[in-house]
Design a protein around this ligand. Structure first.
Ligand SMILES: [Zn+2]
Length: 175
């Protein structure tokens, strides 16, 4: 993994969770997504890997959908307790030293995804002193997104979802 910043790992968690939960991504789509989010080469991902990743996505979905920061912290701690090993630096596959929280460099995709996502969301929550993300309020989207920086919490995953919803509510109001 060449991702070093927790916010990048959190973005990857949101993207993969959305792909698995909303888009029913298959092994090929998951491999492309991991490559787009920092894997040095397009990784080998099997159908069995995807089946093991789905329950992890369910857990992350719950965290992104947490109604308040105390609930999010509790859910993140549960996932850390179940999946994370002592943090360690790894330089696997010729990458520069970077932080891992999975058991070892041979951990499965599911173990790695659970531990690295939980750690990233934990760091983000503590850093922001607020929820690390949310679920898009657009009924036709609902995808998880990461909240970075300060300021008011966002309701939508993207400007596109926000403006689509504004147009829809104008239309409703005019009727
Ligand atoms: Zn959206």
């Amino acid at each position: 993994m060449v991702i070093n910043r927790p916010s990048d790992a959190a973005e990857r968690a949101a993207a993969l969770t959305g792909a698995l939960r909303v888009d029913e991504a298959d092994a090929s789509a998951v491999a492309s997504l991991l490559h787009a989010h920092g894997e040095p080469a397009r990784p080998d991902v099997t159908d069995a890997d995807v089946a093991a990743l789905r329950p992890v996505a369910d857990r992350l979905w719950e965290i992104f959908g947490a109604p308040d920061v105390d609930t999010a912290a509790r859910l993140i701690n549960d996932l850390l307790a179940e999946t994370a090993a002592p943090p360690r630096l790894s330089a696997h596959d010729g990458t520069f030293w970077h932080l891992h929280a999975d058991r070892d460099d041979d951990a499965s995709w599911a173990e790695w995804f659970a531990a690295s996502s939980a750690l990233a969301l934990a760091v983000l929550l503590a850093e922001r002193r607020a929820l690390p993300g949310g679920l898009c309020a657009s009924a036709s989207c609902g995808r998880p997104f990461v909240m970075t920086g300060r300021g008011a919490p966002r309701r939508y995953c993207s400007a596109r979802c926000g403006s689509r919803e504004r147009v829809a509510s104008h239309r409703r109001a005019r009727k």
